[in-house]
Write a protein that binds this ligand. Structure first.
Ligand SMILES: [Zn+2]
Length: 502
């Protein structure tokens, strides 16, 4: 199969999967018919197609544009072949999510897709732990075994391709990301911020009324929901406020009709927001199920960063640069937007916070940021063990609980060991995105001043210099080109320290 035909078929396949996933995850369809899509595209997922992708990858001159595209295409080929073997399990999970309910000891029955929202909004510690207890039982009975089987089959399928020795080395070869280097950076970050974290966590938990040794992950959901600020972040004006912010930085929030907002409540909609590019750049969906208050604003901004990225990608770029590449890049654009919530002048301009409350909010934003980065550092360290094959599957839940609790100070449940995990080391993308957004933000400040987010020249620059490029470049390359800096945790640590002193 020649490259042009492969690209055309691969794009059509990716679009079909994206559309089906959007419909199922947004609650518009009660099931996802993924297997039939894989059957329709058997020709591009054949053994011959894989051999050709490997050959192209090995033949391309080092550091050439061909090598860049060939590696992306091989990574896509591997993901899609593995995806085909997992499609039946994914269909079962979607059906379970739609039909699933949890039964709380007091008799309440809550749809599985609403549980995270209800826990975050519960102001009563006994109540949210009761809901979480019921959730954990449902997870243990149905979701955890399914995910464990998925992980085992994913690891076997990747290793059977023989691209490198083991799952982790294959990921490194295909993504160009060194797990060893990033894990070492995570260890250092955890170590360097340990004292700062302990002191701020003690202070916050005291104010929240939960003793340090007893705080659970369910408590953390309610803690970071920050309901005390709800009046400053009204749900009814969220969309118009964010549209105004976009307009002031010279951007159209809908990319002249290419982006659709799907932000209302709907049974069956996943509680975790997502952006679904169904055709890049022409048809992009931003999907959000409201939780309430500031967390919706942050989530909307995050998904808007993705949507504007995909909706403004150059239409003349090949499939690989529009659809594939290093997702750390799109995650960093999403964070570039959601991190406006960490800026005093932004908060005072677009939300109901006055100067005094903005300071209190910023300290909490620093606390939340530190928690999230530490949690993701821990997740990566755990996932490296999951996929290494060096640890027995039965031993993993205890390791999960130990690593996550040590990094965050919250108690975790063994039942979540295979649920609280995005496959294919997606955590590496978030971690590098945190690094890149800090570097990009500093670059934007140099170019357009502290309030670049309301400078009408900034939006068009972001579109032409960042968004239009799709994901042709890696996160490290984007950082160097846009800001002349190597990505690392250093600027992020500085930012967190200054937030905590707000
Ligand atoms: Zn994201």
């Amino acid at each position: 199969m020649n490259l042009e035909r492969l690209r055309a078929r691969a794009q059509s396949f990716t679009q079909d999967v994206a559309r089906e996933s959007y419909l199922a995850y947004s609650g518009l369809k009660p099931e996802a018919a993924l297997q039939t899509i894989y059957e329709r595209y058997a020709d591009i997922l054949s053994d011959d197609a894989l051999s050709e992708c490997i050959q192209r990858f090995r033949d391309a001159p080092h550091d050439s544009e061909d090598a860049r595209a060939a590696r992306m295409m091989l990574e896509w080929q591997v993901e899609s072949r593995v995806g085909r073997q997992l499609a039946a399990l994914d269909e079962r999970e979607v059906a379970l999510e739609h039909a699933g309910v949890i039964r709380v000891a007091d008799g309440r029955v809550i749809p599985y897709q609403r549980v995270a929202i209800d826990i975050a909004n519960s102001g009563d510690v006994t109540d949210r732990r009761a809901i979480d207890e019921a959730r954990a039982r449902t997870v243990e009975e149905s979701f955890a075994p399914l995910r464990l089987e998925r992980l085992q089959r994913e690891r076997d399928a990747v290793e059977s391709l023989g691209i490198a020795a083991g799952y982790n080395s294959t990921f490194e070869a295909l993504s160009g990301i060194s797990l060893t280097t990033l894990a070492a950076e995570c260890e250092t970050f955890l170590h360097d911020t340990e004292a700062m974290w302990n002191s701020v966590l003690d202070e916050r938990l005291r104010a929240f009324g939960v003793p340090r040794g007893e705080a659970t992950r369910a408590d953390s959901l309610a803690l970071f929901r920050l309901r005390e600020f709800d009046d400053a972040f009204p749900e009814t004006s969220m969309e118009s406020i964010i549209r105004r912010n976009c307009a002031e930085m010279g951007l159209d929030a809908n990319a002249t009709g290419r982006i659709t907002f799907d932000i209302g409540d709907r049974p069956g909609k996943r509680p975790r927001a997502f952006c679904s590019p169904v055709r890049i750049p022409d048809e992009v969906y931003l999907v959000l199920r409201p939780h309430g208050g500031q967390s919706d604003y942050g989530t909307f901004l995050h998904e808007l960063g993705h949507a504007l990225h995909f909706g403004n990608t150059r239409a003349d770029y090949p499939f690989e640069y529009r659809w594939l590449g290093d997702n750390s890049v799109t995650e960093s654009y999403a964070m570039l937007f959601d991190h406006r919530m960490q800026q005093r002048a932004w908060l005072q301009r677009y939300t109901g916070l006055d100067r005094n409350r903005a300071g209190a909010f910023l300290r909490l934003a620093g606390f939340e940021e530190l928690h999230f980065v530490r949690r993701y550092c821990a997740k990566l360290l755990y996932e490296i063990q999951v996929y290494s094959g060096a640890v027995d599957w039965n031993a993993l839940p205890d390791i999960y609980v130990e690593i996550l609790a040590a990094a965050t100070g919250f108690q975790y449940r063994p039942a979540d060991a295979f649920i609280d995990l995005d496959s294919r080391f997606y955590s590496t993308r978030y971690l590098r995105a945190w690094q890149l957004q800090a570097v990009l933000d500093e670059g934007l400040v140099d170019r357009f001043d502290d309030d670049w987010w309301r400078n009408p020249a900034a939006g068009p620059w972001i579109v032409s210099e960042l968004f239009a490029e799709g994901q042709r470049e890696s996160a490290s390359e984007v950082g160097l080109r846009a800001s002349g800096a190597r990505i690392s945790f250093a600027p992020l640590t500085r930012k967190i320290e200054s937030l905590l002193e707000s």
